[in-house]
Ligand binder design. Structure first.
Ligand code: AP5
Length: 191
């Protein structure tokens, strides 16, 4: 079993690479962003409580997102492991995540941090924004705001895993295949 935190700024390729890793290694993939968007689409109470945060490009409250992950880990973990995409995004989330996993005899094996220069991130999201229908892709202002949130609140989570010796950084530029090979090399190195 391997549990991977796939990390990096908006647009770095977390979702793209998680899908490929899932197919290649047969491990699960959970994206907190996707779970939140699904709640919003279905108009649930949880979705309604988070819609304004997402539209504004702000983080949803820790307690709600931690509750979602707790529910996932308790009910859905596959024996091969899981890719956590977009979680944890604050130090509080990282600390609570360790406790949730430990309660099930599990742990994070590695955080893989995908690095892409900021202008390339903006270019990718603007390009995708035309088709994604995502409220937080709609304007450059909101996209740049998401990058600010990442720098100010999320980037520090890398230090949390580095302090545990579980941090790996990969270059997220080049083709999707090239990025996949770099990530796969990190995972192979865990064996
Ligand atoms: P989330 O859904 O996690 O979005 P994000 O982090 O902003 O990331 P994106 O989905 O925009 O990008 P990505 O890194 O997955 O890249 P992708 O593969 O799509 O979160 C959305 C929101 O939900 C947050 O802002 C927050 O409000 C809330 N939320 C989520 N988790 C939370 C948490 N834990 N706590 C609190 N709030 C939370 O790729 C981007 C584009 O680039 C695609 O078009 C892709 O085709 C393209 N691309 C990918 N790789 C390459 C490549 N190598 N070369 C060229 N193009 C590429």
């Amino acid at each position: 079993m391997v549990n991977i935190v796939l990390f990096g700024a908006p647009g770095c390729g977390k979702g793209t690479q998680a899908q490929r890793l899932k197919e290649h290694y047969g491990i699960d993939h959970v994206s907190t962003g996707e779970v939140i968007r699904d709640e919003i689409r279905r108009g649930t109470e949880l979705g309604q409580s988070m819609e304004a945060y997402i539209k504004a490009g702000q983080l949803a409250p820790d307690e709600i997102v931690i509750g979602m992950i707790d529910h996932y880990v308790t009910g859905h973990m596959n024996a091969a492991g899981c890719i956590f995409d977009g979680f944890p995004r604050t130090t509080v989330q990282a600390e609570e995540f360790d406790k949730i996993l430990a309660g099930h005899g599990l742990k994070v094996d590695v955080m893989i941090d995908i690095h892409v220069p900021e202008e390339e991130l903006v270019r990718r999201i603007l390009l995708r924004g035309k088709d994604s229908g995502r409220a937080d892709d709609a304007s450059e202002e909101v996209i740049r705001g998401r990058l600010d949130v990442y720098r100010e609140q999320t980037a520090v989570v890398a230090d949390y895993y580095a302090a545990q010796g579980k941090y790996a950084s990969v270059n997220g530029t080049g083709t999707m295949e090239e990025v996949f090979s770099r990530i796969a090399a990190v995972i192979e190195g865990l064996k």
